[in-house]
Design a protein around this ligand. Structure first.
Ligand code: SF4
Ligand code: SF4
Length: 476
């Protein structure tokens, strides 16, 4: 017998794409030195090694424990013809409905962020006409009936000349939670603008770009020192108590040391309902980085949250069952004495089984009830949360809050997008963050949209791949 051995543990096969030609290639998932790597080979472009997670246990838990019955949209819009990921629309092979859907209303922007995945900026003119946006909204309602979370996005959507008519159009539809994705400049600078936005509450929230409290990272990520813009915007939103999620695009060595400080800042401001950390993906005009070593993965961001913000313990930051490869969450309640973490008190199985959409589970009847039982002093003996009663008694600050409402919620989300390096066909089918294509006929996973369907990519990149599949006689 040979004494040669591999330097890793072989875990699984995978289907990925070559990060150069974006054609499907065979891949392996292996464990080495406590981390998870994808190894793949393209016949034309050679070998790739990609860091998938820096925590084998976390990775295995997301794949083996956080298994939830897939929830489907009411309609699929495209047939299966060229195979995943070249059929997006959603096609019937997709495994998760749209938990969060973006509608991009313009490519125009008043910033030119070096990391913009959409390549937006002042140079990009043009607005989607209101009538087209209405058709995009109608498609989403047709697919989802009552879409869970819809983000009006861009470019910078507040620059659209019919911006408030767009919000009105969204409001006329049965959308459960409407969000506005914004860089905050108009909120900070324009008198009365925040007040007009506040009129869309409840069920309306800002998704506010907020990467750093320092000048240098902002210059690096946004090309502008936006500290005073952020300060002015947050002061106005605080005064109005307008629900806001701070969105932090994370880049290794740039702002990943600020996670704890940003969470502390968020906890101090009453308008903030939570923070979403988005490790940078390689798309649009982002700088190139080494995928084998430089990717910030969900497990690493989670560990840094635990290190830098000890309010949360390991059990508090858990995978989101809809798409556990890409999403992690921690929920806390704002109480008089500070934040009280909740997620660690709930049996993960309740969350896996319990919600239609765990990203915003405070809107989910069953889970909300479960949460309420946790907080209630009079929960019944048969309550599933009964075993937690003693635990809660040890936390004197946890009593039933008067008027328990959304403004008590503090939510931390880690949201990682899949790029050409980390692409795993198993995972992409679970993607639950989607975007409505401007043709108002398709709804596309956000990750594949940036790889194949945005702007000219469909004609320049995807069409030759599809032609190759047809020429090989492999199309359905
Ligand atoms: S990513 Fe989803 S929608 Fe796109 S081709 Fe694959 S299964 Fe279909
Ligand atoms: S990332 Fe946002 S703010 Fe920056 S250029 Fe792109 S659309 Fe504008």
């Amino acid at each position: 017998m040979s004494d040669k051995v591999r330097p890793y543990l072989y875990y699984d096969t995978a289907v990925s794409i070559c990060s150069t030609c974006l054609r499907r290639v065979d891949a392996k998932i292996v464990f080495e030195d406590g981390a998870v790597y994808m190894l793949k080979d393209c016949p034309r472009h050679g070998h790739e090694r990609v860091l998938m997670s820096d925590d084998v246990d976390w990775y295995r838990r997301t794949r083996e424990v956080f298994l939830k019955t897939p929830e489907q949209p009411n309609h699929f819009n495209t047939p299966m013809r060229w195979g995943c990921p070249y059929d997006c629309g959603l096609c019937p092979s997709h495994e998760q409905h749209s938990c969060l859907t973006l509608i991009e209303v313009t490519d125009h922007c008043n910033l030119s962020c070096p990391i913009c995945y959409a390549g937006s900026g002042p140079h990009r003119e043009g607005w989607r006409p209101l009538e087209q946006i209405e058709r995009m909204l109608d498609l989403l309602v047709r697919n989802e009936r009552e879409p869970d979370v819809v983000q009006i996005s861009g470019g910078e959507p507040t620059l659209h000349p019919e911006f408030f008519a767009i919000l009105d159009a969204a409001r006329r539809r049965p959308i459960r939670h409407l969000m506005l994705n914004t860089n905050g400049i108009r909120i900070a600078r324009e008198e009365g603008f925040a007040e007009k936005l506040a009129a869309y509450q409840p069920g309306f929230e800002l998704y506010l770009q907020f990467d750093s409290l320092e000048r240098e990272p902002l210059m690096r990520l946004r090309g502008a020192d936006l500290r005073s813009v952020r300060e002015q915007a947050i002061a106005k939103l605080d005064a109005l108590n307008l629900s806001t999620t701070l969105v932090v695009t994370l880049q290794r060595g740039v702002n990943d040391g600020e996670i704890g400080r940003i969470l502390e800042y968020a906890a101090e401001h009453r308008c903030v309902r939570g923070v979403t950390f988005q490790p940078i993906q390689q798309a649009g005009r982002t700088e190139r980085f080494d995928p084998a070593t430089d990717r910030l993965t969900v497990s690493e961001v989670r560990r840094r949250i635990l290190e830098q913000f000890p309010v949360f313990k390991p059990a508090d930051v858990m995978p989101v069952p809809c798409h556990p490869d890409s999403l992690a969450m921690a929920y806390a309640l704002r109480m008089e004495g500070g934040l009280v973490p909740l997620t660690g008190m709930i049996d993960p199985q309740v969350i896996i089984d319990g919600g239609r959409n765990t990203i915003v589970y405070e809107q989910d009847g069953a889970l909300h009830q479960q949460l309420f039982k946790l907080l209630a002093t009079n929960h019944s003996p048969e309550s599933a949360a009964q075993t937690l009663k003693d635990l809660l008694c040890c936390l004197p600050r946890v009593a039933v809050p008067e008027g328990f409402g959304y403004d008590r919620v503090f939510r931390v989300i880690v949201m990682q997008f899949i790029d050409a390096h980390s692409f795993d066909l198993r995972s992409i089918k679970k993607c639950c963050v989607h975007i409505v294509h401007p043709d108002a006929k398709r709804i596309i996973p956000f990750d594949t949209y940036n790889l194949f369907y945005r702007d000219q990519l469909e004609t320049d990149v995807l069409a030759p791949i599809r032609a190759g599949i047809e020429a090989a006689g492999e199309a359905h």
